[in-house]
Design a protein around this ligand. Structure first.
Ligand code: SF4
Length: 377
């Protein structure tokens, strides 16, 4: 069975069983950060501004396994920092694979070729390589020349050795839709299993504060990028989430869908905000004031956030919450056609000169959802 299908079935089984149990808040993807240290200093990153003594701390493999057992999510993403710096990353990955978790090791790939021997190809393991664009854009985003070529070289090697490889791109203000589409063509030709895209979160302590996308601009940008997608492009994310980015769907955040565990504990409410930590997963679920988060909450920190970690679980829940959404997901997954059947300009609420208007996504800033009139599903 092809991996995306077996992964899809695992997630479907898991979500249905959670719904049958009546669980209101359940995790889909555990964001397990084994360390916060990185070997790059990207301008849009809000994770590396910790003092040296914090950056040197690591989770042990046992702490990682305990978090995985506590949380129970079927998918584990290993971001960071750069996980390949961790001296026990081999043991961590082996332990997660042995527990039959679908592991996405997120890496900038600078060390990937050198460390590849540590890992064995498995349907449970994928390298998720950070690529924010083609050579020029990516090297600019990571603030170092040559990183794109190193990453592409590592991707080729990993594919040659039979590893699953996906990519993840974070887009900021100024991204050129045509260049992003060209990157999709390039990565498709390379043979990656799937691509992931997300707008960047406006971290208040990231070095570059001028290129974070506002909500209307996000819709505008992703609409241009994803309209008439090529059949060959494969995304490893929900097509409904991509339609949300394009402005066709009215979703709010599901922050408990992707809980984060790192050296400080379980992070409230999501990996983007610093509203405290708890010792156990249960405490985090029970003690977080969830109504304070998400677009409709009015929380200024959530106002422009449309990142995959908050909204992809909403799309997955939607898929299993109604037949219409389920059928559309299956149709888009099998036959493509993201965004078909919508009046893009109308949905985006763009005004005559193509600039984003105030009510751009079917939600009002007051927090009151409005109907998605005209959406054909
Ligand atoms: S909207 Fe974004 S910042 Fe706010 S809780 Fe959700 S994921 Fe976190």
């Amino acid at each position: 069975m092809p991996v995306p299908l077996s992964l899809g079935l695992t997630i479907a089984k898991y979500v249905v069983s959670q719904k049958l149990k009546g669980n209101k808040r359940y995790p889909l993807v555990l964001m397990l950060e084994p360390l916060l240290q990185c070997n790059l200093e990207c301008a849009g990153c809000g994770k590396i501004q910790y003092p040296e003594h914090v950056l040197k701390r690591r989770l042990t493999p046992e702490q990682c396994f305990k978090a995985v057992e506590e949380c129970g999510a079927p998918v584990v993403s290993l971001p960071g920092g750069e996980p390949l710096i961790h001296p026990e990353i081999k043991e961590i990955v082996e332990g997660l694979v042995a527990r039959k978790k679908y592991v996405y090791l997120c890496t900038n790939a600078v060390l990937l070729k050198r460390k590849m021997d540590l890992f064995k190809p498995s349907k449970f393991l994928a390298f998720s390589v950070h690529l924010d664009g083609l050579r020029e854009e990516h090297d600019h985003a990571v603030c170092r020349e040559g990183v794109f070529d190193v990453a592409v070289d590592a991707i080729k090697e990993a594919l040659k050795r039979g590893f699953r490889v996906t990519t993840n791109a974070t887009l900021f203000e100024g991204a050129d839709p045509e260049r992003v589409r060209a990157m999709f063509d390039f990565l498709t030709d390379l043979g990656v299993e799937g691509m992931m895209i997300s707008p960047g979160y406006s971290y208040s302590h990231a070095p570059d504060q001028h290129h974070f996308l506002k909500r209307a601009r996000t819709h505008e940008l992703f609409h241009k990028i994803l309209t008439k997608p090529k059949k060959a492009w494969q995304f490893n994310q929900s097509p409904l989430f991509l339609e949300f980015l394009m402005g066709h769907r009215d979703y709010d955040c599901t922050p408990w869908g992707t809980p984060t565990y790192n050296i400080f504990g379980w992070q409230k409410p999501c990996y983007l905000l610093q509203d405290g930590y708890t010792r156990t997963f249960k405490q985090m679920i029970e003690q977080t004031e969830w109504h304070r988060y998400g677009y409709r909450s009015g929380n200024p920190h959530c106002r422009d956030c449309m990142v995959h970690s908050g909204y992809e679980p909403t799309a997955v829940n939607d898929t299993f919450g109604s037949w219409r959404a389920f059928v559309r997901t299956v149709k888009l997954t099998l036959f493509g056609g993201i965004g078909d059947g919508y009046d893009g300009e109308k949905r985006l609420g763009l005004n005559g000169n193509g600039q984003g208007a105030t009510c751009e996504c079917g939600s009002q800033p007051s927090g009151k959802p409005v109907e998605l009139a005209g959406a054909k599903q």
